[in-house]
Design a binder for this molecule. Sequence first.
Ligand code: 8YV
Length: 326
Amino acid sequence: MSKPAILVARAVAPEAIDRLRPHFELETNPDDAIWSREELIAKLQGKVGAFTSGGERIDAALLAQCPELKICANMSVGYNNFDIDAMTAAGVQATNAPDVLTETTADMAFTLLMATARRVSEAEAYLRAGLWKKMSFDMLLGSDIHGATLGILGMGRIGQAIARRGAHGFGMNVIYHNRSQLDAATEATVKARYVSKQDLFKQADHVVLVVPYSPASHHTVAAAEIALMKPTATIVNIGRGGLIDEDALAAALAANKILGAGLDVFEGEPKINPGLLALKNVVLTPHIGSASGPTRKAMATLAADNLIGYLINGKAVTPLNSPKPR
Ligand code: 8YV
């Protein structure tokens, strides 16, 4: 009997391919080409499963053209590329890759927070440009991290891991805002206090965004929120670019209304808003939040296990919906 066919839409860790191969006929993308939507739809013909990276838009129109598709397994915790309602209605299982990247991504939030507050990118550029001629008392002064107020917008697993680092590692006063308040026991463990969104922007010395991206959270940080921030404050985004109005942020940074920003994600990535590129007081990284070797391997393995779990054993490991199978 021939094995079910699946599409691995991007180049992935070889361990994931090795895991999938005994169970499936695989079409892979070893050159890591970025396929157009039409190419993706063409390649999905005859496939029962898709290993997706988090960038492929899966919606009703695509599903209507891919009648054999039963599951899309994202190798990312974010799933704003999925129209979950459309997938459920079409009988298609959606899965993501949570938990395995929590600590690595929280590390990255702190990396950016510290680099931004202590102006590390700007300082290195200054040194490399040969501008460092002498020590001076006011050279590249930043904001403190220890003992400062850390404001976390979005308090899921990654937000909580960031809170633990701030509170326990750096003695920070941690405040957060989220759709729903954590229970008292969890608040006590992560040492974080719930505040309104407005108070978070007013009180925080360092703001970190880890809100899931959806139409509801589009530009959740715009000129009005930035205007509430202290002139010495920083903002870090490790969620999705669309959470921030980048033009408003660039304008505030250019006018030194806040100290700096650390951005790992961008609205039009991999294209970067030219207003941001022109600035010194922003630390820019190319969406590497989960990019440690072991974590990327674990994410790929989990996506593979979701495909094997659902298509071979009848149950996904980390399901996002409960569709009636096609
Ligand atoms: C990358 C992420 O998207 O998990 C997410 O939601 O943003 C990142 O981990 C992922 O690594 C791309 O495959």
